[in-house]
Design a protein around this ligand. Structure first.
Ligand code: UD1
Length: 363
């Protein structure tokens, strides 16, 4: 029996881990592999965590470390100590980490120090902006991993530039697998459009939570002003991340939310329903940029760079920073890109990842 420990903690990781976990639970594998799921607790609100476990059909985590909030070093350090305890107890053959959050870094570092091989899913992405906490987390996680599952050719090339070629596989993007799996279910089961009173093709969907945008009041004000201008032309739905809600309140920017249709963070199926129906998506999230691309909805990204360059090259995504004018004109002038592009694989990233894991760990 091969034993894997999967470390997750933040909303996008629940979605990515669900796709791989589902394959591990298939008949071919389940007799030969056991997965121990560890939730660091980084995201803990009911609608940031529990609804994802319910909707995505992920088994409840064996451990919930309940570590969240605080400064980055503090959060990561507490996670490091707690994940180490779990790994010492469980002694897995390999540790799976996802993406670029503080939970990813803590999981990879705890495992590497105990000489447990680390597999990083979504390896090789770079924004080349070391001020982003996520960029630091990615680079460290890649350096600590012996299996690096890349979603794109660009990610493989990024690793090669850093001299990392061993154990690197382009398996495609597990988020693309997820989008294929959930798109129809979301259309049928999502309830958000009705609840928010929006019609297909006639609204903009916005999200904003990146530290570079929320921690700089001028950028946040620029973003909310830009979205307000869009709202004069079409409804703007904004599921508000708790980080952003906190800063809006602290900076006295609540008045800017008036013209927007603000809602709590949405369950995954509701989010996917809105993404598919939106006329345009405006975001600073990595995952949402890609989902826009998968569903062929034009995207406007409120950042100065992106790891997902293929979405820009394909004409589906434009980068506008946090400037109100550029946001408004980007959203109002958004148009489709080229159809039929498949830079993120064929939707078989999760089975390919599991196949490689078995190749590496089967005894
Ligand atoms: C984290 C990840 C980011 C990922 C994002 C997805 C890092 C460095 N960043 O950012 O890569 O794209 O998750 O959402 O790991 N909070 C709540 N309730 C919750 C979760 C968080 O109130 O359920 C609060 C926290 O206490 C904190 C703030 O929101 O004050 C930010 O949360 P944090 O986990 O630091 O990072 P995210 O912004 O979510």
């Amino acid at each position: 029996m091969i034993r894997f420990a999967t470390i997750v903690g933040a909303r996008p990781q629940f979605i990515k881990a669900a796709t791989v976990s589902r394959v591990l639970r298939q008949a071919d594998y389940v007799r030969e592999a056991e997965e121990v799921l560890v939730h660091t607790g980084q995201h803990y609100d009911e609608n940031m965590s529990k609804v994802f476990f319910d909707e995505l059909d992920i088994p409840p985590p064996r451990y919930n470390l309940e570590i969240s909030g605080g400064r980055h070093g503090e959060m990561t350090g507490r996670m490091l100590a707690a994940v180490e305890d779990v790994l010492l107890l469980e002694r897995p053959d390999g540790v799976l980490v996802y993406g670029d959050t503080n939970s990813t870094l803590a999981g990879a570092l705890a495992a590497a120090k105990l000489h447990i091989p680390v597999a990083h899913i979504e390896a090789g992405l770079r924004s080349f902006n070391m001020r982003m906490p996520e960029e630091i987390n990615r680079i460290m996680a890649d350096r600590l991993s012996s299996l690096l599952f890349c979603p794109t050719d660009t990610a493989v090339a990024n690793l090669a530039h850093e001299g990392v070629t061993a154990g690197v596989y382009n398996v495609g993007d597990v988020m693309f697998d997820a989008s294929l799996y959930y798109r129809d279910v979301a259309r049928a089961r999502g309830t958000a459009m009705q609840r928010l009173g929006v019609e297909a093709g006639k609204f903009a969907l916005a999200t904003c939570h990146r530290a570079e945008n929320t921690d700089d009041p001028r950028r946040l004000e620029g973003i909310l002003t830009g979205l307000g201008r869009v709202a004069a032309e079409m409804p703007v739905v904004l599921p508000l991340h708790p980080r952003t809600r906190q800063v809006v309140a602290m900076q006295g920017l609540d008045g800017h939310l008036g013209p927007l249709r603000v809602t709590d963070p949405l369950p995954f199926l509701d989010m996917v329903q809105l993404e598919q129906a939106a006329r345009v998506i405006v975001t600073d999230s990595g995952g949402v940029q890609k989902e826009a691309f998968f569903y062929e909805v034009p995207c406007v990204t409120m950042r100065d760079e992106t790891e997902w360059v293929e979405t820009v090259e394909g004409g589906w995504n434009v980068l506008v920073g946090a400037d109100a004018d550029r946001i408004a004109s980007g959203v109002l002038g958004a148009h489709p890109g080229r159809s039929g592009l498949t830079p993120y694989g064929e939707g078989r990233a999760a089975p390919e990842t599991v196949r490689r894991l078995f190749e590496r760990f089967a005894r």
